[in-house]
Design a protein around this ligand. Structure first.
Ligand code: HEC
Length: 97
């Protein structure tokens, strides 16, 4: 298969599928990954490899958090890659103070 186009993803993620999964994350992490919930990190614009590796670690119990361990449990590798690509695509800006 030939994949045309320039992108930084190591695989062809399915953003439509990723957006669907992201709806179950939005309550805590925000629709586009900017949270307004205390104690919950914003995940928008974080590197895709970081997001997917954290999600796999939550799923496999290597990173412990009661909430995220439950949420990541049913996700397949493809689900994780797709939802990571979804949240990674949003740009965020670091502000100096
Ligand atoms: C009920 C609230 C809640 C929901 C729903 C939720 N999360 Fe989380 N998430 C958290 C909290 C709280 C943390 C911080 C965990 C910790 O302190 O280790 C977290 C951490 C994370 C991290 C690690 C971020 C980092 O900077 O290391 C990722 C990635 C993540 N969540 C992705 C998701 C995805 C994807 C979904 C949807 C499939 C989701 N979360 C749904 C509450 C939630």
């Amino acid at each position: 298969m030939i994949v045309a186009g320039i992108h930084t993803q190591a695989f062809a993620a399915d953003l439509v599928a990723g957006e669907k999964i992201s709806q179950s994350c939005a309550l805590c992490h925000g629709q586009f990954g900017i949270t307004s919930m205390a104690g919950t990190p914003s995940i928008a614009g974080q590197p895709e490899v970081y997001l997917s590796s954290q999600l796999k670690q939550f799923r496999d119990g290597k990173r412990q958090n009661a909430v995220m361990n439950q949420i990541a449990k049913p996700l397949s590798d493809a689900d994780i890659n797709n939802v990571s690509a979804w949240f990674a695509q949003f740009e965020t800006e670091l502000k100096k103070r």
